[in-house]
Ligand binder design. Structure first.
Ligand SMILES: [Zn+2]
Length: 124
């Protein structure tokens, strides 16, 4: 039988893990699993079904201060991930995944170097 103290301790550990995820750029297995399911294993830049070549990648790159928060991580195919590199690009599902973060949406759309829809921009 599980007692209340064990449940409390287990919840405390869960909370600490979630807080750690929010403050880091490190992609844990937990966040990768959530993002893959949310994005249905589909590249959020070109819409291709990525099969085994998926990656979970930061919309705002780590080099630009991007963190491992659900709204900053999307599934990308290997070729989109390589093309994007350390730049900001607008994923297809940005409005849906970041609907609670309007400032973040405008930051991404204003600083994006390219988006798949608009074609590649020359902005660096
Ligand atoms: Zn792609």
């Amino acid at each position: 039988m599980i007692d209340a103290a064990e449940i409390k301790e287990s919840l405390r550990k869960c909370r600490l893990r979630l807080q750690a995820e929010v403050k880091t750029h490190y992609l844990s297995h937990g966040i990768k699993r959530r993002i893959l399911i949310r994005d249905n294993f589909t590249c959020q830049y070109c819409g291709s079904v990525t099969g085994k070549t998926y990656v979970c990648e930061h919309i705002v790159p780590v080099a630009m201060g991007g963190l491992a928060q659900d709204h900053n991580i999307v599934v990308a195919c290997a070729s989109c991930n390589i093309r994007k590199g350390r730049r900001i690009a607008v994923p297809l599902n940005l409005m849906a995944i970041a609907k609670d973060f309007p400032d973040y949406i405008s930051h991404v759309t204003n600083s994006a170097s390219w988006s798949y829809d608009a074609g590649y921009k020359s902005k660096t």
